[in-house]
Design a protein around this ligand. Structure first.
Ligand code: UDP
Ligand code: MG
Length: 323
């Protein structure tokens, strides 16, 4: 018989930017769910520089739900940094990350916890469909996962978001990673540990619109690729070598043709096309190299990932920490 482990403490980490309308809907459901599952829990809401009524709403909610911890960052640092801040503050034996907009159904936490109790260290939710998204986003996502997959044996699970449950050992491993660029999907995959997906269909965002507009998503994808792959750099060297070889052979061909047949050199159109083409390839290559240099620059500056403006609420007491 397999002995199941029982979670004593749970932390729920929620990064949020301007979620004043969603929070009063989320909290009661979440608290009711967690009460059924564990003896003690904390809900860490990381305010990623909200400019709406979020701080006030949280202050009110904290009267009703003492388990709620409010961590206000000094400005908007982006979801990845906010998530890191929340994970760093969490003390639970298991930690759940979820969005504030009710796209991640709290009901799923029970299934996740059940899977954890059988010995898995990480259970991540994978969206079953992308039918709710426009085709351009679907194509883009598909290309992104294909590009990502070529990275040195690392498999970033397709369509897995940040909605997941982790054991303390996974959180500690994540926090020990020194890098500044926190592409969480990649880091979750990188740390490994026995993990399994569960499938769900995300609900519609309750209030407001997604903060990840196409331009921001593209930026996000490029950050992920530069943080986890090096093949674009190798591809460029290869491309350079092949083009150099081709042009050298063509050069030889023209010289011999001229020597044997005495052809006059013609072809301004071909020349200008080739020159422009290679100027384009050069610029593109420089751009790709530049992306990598920029991410190295961000790392060496070694600035903190986020700054906390203030913290309200106790959360789990340190003595509730598992031994
Ligand atoms: N979010 C954040 N900082 C940001 C952008 C988003 O903390 O700069 C939060 C947001 O409040 C939500 C979660 O990240 O809780 C997911 O964002 P959103 O719903 O806009 O994205 P999508 O669901 O489309 O991926
Ligand atoms: Mg959302």
């Amino acid at each position: 018989m397999i002995t199941k482990r029982q979670a004593q403490t749970l932390s729920c980490v929620i990064p949020g930017l301007n979620e004043a309308e969603n929070l009063p809907a989320l909290l009661p459901v979440l608290v009711a769910t967690l009460r059924e599952l564990v003896p003690a829990f904390e809900i860490i809401f990381v305010d990623d520089g909200s400019t709406d009524a979020t701080p006030l709403v949280i202050e009110q909610l904290r009267q009703t739900y003492p388990q709620l911890v409010y961590l206000q960052l000094s400005r908007n640092f982006g979801k990845e940094a906010a998530l890191t801040a929340g994970l760093e503050a969490s003390r639970g034996q298991v930690v759940v990350c979820m969005d504030a907009d009710l796209q991640h159904p709290p009901a799923l936490i029970e299934t996740m916890l059940e899977r954890w109790s059988t010995g898995l260290e990480m259970v991540y939710a994978v969206r079953e469909t992308r039918e709710d998204e426009v085709w351009l986003k679907r194509v883009g996502t598909s290309v992104f996962y294909k590009l990502m997959r070529t990275s040195n044996g690392l498999r970033v699970p397709r369509d897995a978001g940040d909605f997941r449950l982790m054991d303390r050992c996974v959180v500690d491993a994540l926090m020990a990673l020194p890098e500044r660029s926190r592409f969480m999907k990649g880091l979750f995959a990188w740390v490994g540990f026995p993990s399994e997906p569960i499938y769900y269909s995300p609900a519609e965002r309750l209030y407001g619109v997604s903060r990840f507009r196409p331009a921001k998503l593209l930026r996000f994808a490029v950050d992920g690729l530069t943080a986890f792959t090096t093949w674009p750099l190798r591809l460029l060297s290869l491309l350079g070598a092949v083009l150099a070889m081709l042009s050298f052979s063509y050069g030889l061909f023209i010289i011999f043709k001229h020597l044997i047949y005495g052809d006059a050199v013609r072809g301004w159109t071909t020349l200008i096309t080739v020159v422009l083409f290679f100027a384009g390839v050069n610029m593109l290559s420089l751009g790709v190299v530049g992306e990598y240099v920029a991410s190295i620059f961000a790392e060496v500056k070694n600035r903190p990932l986020y700054l906390v403006h203030r913290r309200r609420g106790q959360g789990l007491a340190p003595d509730q920490e598992p031994a």
